[in-house]
Write a new protein. Structure first.
Length: 305
């Protein structure tokens, strides 16, 4: 018996997934959060497909190890940009470096993510999870948008999460100054905001040759949450991680989303790995999405569009 539409995600994650063997030869793919987990596996799959991969990473040592691991799989260049995406200034510097060194950008995978069990603020005074999961990808995408359009056909992939179903988004309290912060609701707020701006940007990109879609990368092991305290890290290692699977499935799905001809012209959708899926009802509120779009422009210092 088929589940109700809003619960179908429970079955979709266990369903057979699509795979692509489409070449990315001659294509430049930028992947954020690429030193481990989903980002690293995505970079490996894109490199195997022949892409010129550019890794955007925070930790220099881990980034170097990731670069070497990806380079071992391809004869194409594997470049690296170092940036802490919790800082809007570093996002801007990363964008400038990418524009300087990448004459073309065909695929942008916004994967960098954060989960925190308590409210913390970035150097910009922003709630950290919202800043990393939503504002950094929003700003980087906007900074690279002209290059993506000039390189069209091009694709933007937002690595989102079923965690958007936790909601928590309040446009009048994006910084959690008036509400009690919880890790799940903070994470849900960031991922809901990201989804809402996917729909908005998809509308603005219509006819440009650039598409944007969001995806849940599966219930996979990653380093997200490693910034939390010892108790959480122990619980994650002994309990949570044992229920999760290898992030290679995420890399396969991102290759499909980045390359497969079946996605030509497909934009403004949410995929559970490779299955087109309806997100939670609150994430489809277009009026709220327009408010979040405007607020995101203001928080990142972008001119209104």
């Amino acid at each position: 018996m088929r589940l109700p539409e809003q619960l179908q995600f429970l079955a979709n994650g266990r369903a057979p997934q699509k795979r692509s063997h489409t070449s990315l030869q001659g294509r430049t793919c930028v992947v954020t959060g690429a030193n481990s987990g989903v980002g690293l596996e995505a970079s490996k799959h894109l490199a195997r497909a022949g892409a010129h991969v550019v890794l955007v990473c925070r930790h220099p040592e881990r980034a170097k190890a990731a670069q070497e691991a990806v380079a071992a799989l391809t004869r194409e260049p594997v470049d690296m940009v170092l940036a802490d995406l919790s800082s809007l200034d570093e996002v801007r510097h990363a964008g400038a470096e990418l524009l300087e060194h990448c004459p073309e950008i065909h695929v942008l995978v916004n994967n960098a993510g954060l989960h925190s069990t308590r409210r913390t603020l970035t150097a910009d005074g922003l709630e950290a999870v919202f800043a990393v999961n939503h504002l950094s990808s929003f700003l980087l995408t906007r900074l690279l948008l002209g290059r993506l359009k000039a390189s069209a056909p091009a694709r933007i992939i937002q690595v989102n999460s079923q965690g958007h179903r936790f909601h928590g988004l309040d446009p009048d309290d994006l910084n959690w100054e008036r509400r009690h912060y919880t890790g799940l609701r903070g994470y849900g707020a960031s991922k809901t905001a990201q989804l809402m701006t996917v729909w908005e940007l998809a509308d603005r990109l219509e006819g440009s040759g650039v598409t944007i879609n969001a995806m849940h990368p599966g219930s996979v092991r990653s380093n997200i949450g490693a910034n939390n305290g010892r108790l959480y890290r122990t619980f994650k290692k002994l309990v949570i991680d044992r229920t999760l699977v290898d992030p290679d499935i995420s890399g396969q799905a991102i290759h499909w989303l980045a390359a497969d001809p079946a996605l030509d012209g497909v934009s403004g959708r949410f995929f559970n790995l490779t299955i087109d899926e309806k997100p939670a009802r609150h994430a489809l509120d277009r009026e709220m999405g327009r408010r979040i779009w405007v607020a995101s422009e203001e928080l990142t210092g972008l001119d209104p569009s």
